[in-house]
Design a protein around this ligand. Sequence first.
Ligand code: 13P
Length: 240
Amino acid sequence: MIRRTLIAGNWKMNGLSASAVEVNAIADGAPNGVDLLICPPATLIASLANRGVPIGGQNCHSEVKGAYTGDVSADQLADVGAVAVIVGHSERRQEYEVTDAIVCSKVPAAWGAGLTAIICVGETKEQRDHGAALDVVGAQLAGSIPDGATAANSVIAYEPVWAIGTGLVPSINDITEMHAHIRAQLAGRFAEAKGMRILYGGSLKPDNAAEILAIENVDGGLIGGASLKAEDFLAIARAA
Ligand code: 13P
């Protein structure tokens, strides 16, 4: 089954109105044959949608609406032009105590709004050093993905916590092993597992992108720091 490469940028809490120039430049330089996505802060989604680059959110609530001060629903993201939403990013798992069960409850909300859910998993350094990385990620997958996941409505992002924003990346062998493990686990549950994209994230940069994106079962990247500048983001997309 063909899986189109997806190069997704997660701007985290970066970006102001002026960042529209970056999205315009990405639209102008987008290579053929690769799907692009930019996930800016929620404040920018409305103004960045419809510029030629698909736009996504970075988080959503599990409810459609209600008394949840400061939160944003998947329907609200879709309403202003988002087509996808990241759920369970490690920064939210760590900073806001978002558990697998909470992640799992957000995914149907994303689907219900017509958004692709980008479901993040990844081990800490301590867990990897203890040889527990495969088990930890396996448990996160089991707990974070609800029944009903398809190639169209879900993307998995493997982001080792210790590789995020550190300049450290796992070895090619370790990425290969983990992505094969994720594929096998998806295959045990979902009919469309072969078509589901598995992204790698964590210090993915223009200079390591070609090597990492060529790994079997790596179907694209989720990029933080290097997604903030159109030039770097496009260099990664071209390397894919
Ligand atoms: P960096 O690319 O800055 O390491 O961030 C990765 C990430 O967390 C993307 O979601």
